[in-house]
Ligand binder design. Structure first.
Ligand code: NAP
Length: 248
């Protein structure tokens, strides 16, 4: 039976762990060839091997998303190997938390460079191919804090709010060529990113979640699969929350 992403090629940044890995495996299990892009080569290769076990092609790209030249080269390599690019998921992200007064300039710069400029770099390089093909789907991973702000996360919340502006703008620019651009705003998802938080902070967050539990990477991947599938062909410029009701 034909799978929903058969014959398509996807690129998932931050695909080596957490939410990105779940999205990459979900697309692969539905037939897509998947390239994963992150800094740590070994972890990229490990997930690429998991993807190949699903019977599709995989590519591990060890790349810093904040470095435009590296990104451009990686997209070139992907096109050289797979010949096309149908799906881009901008998921790579980091946190460097601290109250504004104590936030260092390097911590501000790094979070903006990775979380926001990284998405610009990938989108610009990928859009060229999608425009030629008159086809494509771009999904950006923002955050509930991009919608609400969050004390201690000025850099991260600004970058994530920026992702929403980028999503809506690029959606308008690429719509005439049939390319959709959407975002998912996860709430609190159990991954490496959140496991370091103190029990006290986790309890405070839990108290603000109506569904009374943290989300899973697979639950974000399920929304991603929908937005990247033909079932969502008429949806663009939207931000879909996957947050247990944390923000409505
Ligand atoms: P994670 O487990 O920490 O994974 C982050 C991924 O991004 C890893 O694959 C990491 O690989 C890659 N990455 C980080 N910096 C990079 C860089 N400079 N260049 C290339 N790749 C880089 O994070 P996660 O929780 O799955 O989060 C994924 C996305 O969801 C992020 O954008 C995050 O902001 C967002 N999000 C997460 C939550 C949550 O509760 N977990 C909530 C809302 C939004 P390397 O370290 O090897 O580069």
């Amino acid at each position: 039976m034909d799978k929903v992403f058969n014959g398509q090629v996807a690129l998932v940044t931050g695909g080596s762990r957490g939410i990105g890995r779940s999205i990459a495996l979900s697309l692969a299990s539905d037939g897509a060839d998947v390239a994963i892009l992150a800094r740590n080569q070994e972890r990229c290769q490990r997930v690429a091997a998991e993807i190949e076990q699903l019977g599709v092609r995989a590519l591990a790209l060890s790349v810093e998303v904040a470095d435009y030249a590296q990104v451009e080269q990686a997209v070139k390599q992907l096109i050289g190997q797979f010949g096309r690019l149908d799906i881009l998921v901008n998921n790579a992200g980091i946190t460097r938390d601290g109250l504004l007064i104590r936030m260092s300039k390097p911590d501000w710069d790094e979070v903006l460079a990775v979380n926001l400029s990284g998405a610009f770099n990938l989108t610009r390089c990928a859009a060229r191919h999608m425009l030629k093909a008159r086809k494509g789907k771009i999904l950006n991973i923002t955050s509930v804090v991009g919608l609400t702000g969050n004390s201690g996360q000025a850099n991260y919340a600004a970058a994530k709010a920026g992702i929403i502006g980028l999503t809506k703008t690029v959606a308008q620019e690429l719509a005439p060529r049939g390319i959709t651009v959407n975002a998912i705003a996860p709430g609190f998802i159990a991954t490496d990113m959140t496991k370091g938080l103190s029990t006290e902070v986790k309890e405070q967050i839990l108290n603000r979640i109506p569904l009374a539990r943290f989300g899973t990477a697979e639950e974000v991947a399920a929304a991603a699969k929908f937005l990247l599938s033909p079932a969502a062909d008429y949806i663009t410029g939207q931000v879909i929350s996957v947050n247990g009701g944390m923000y409505m």
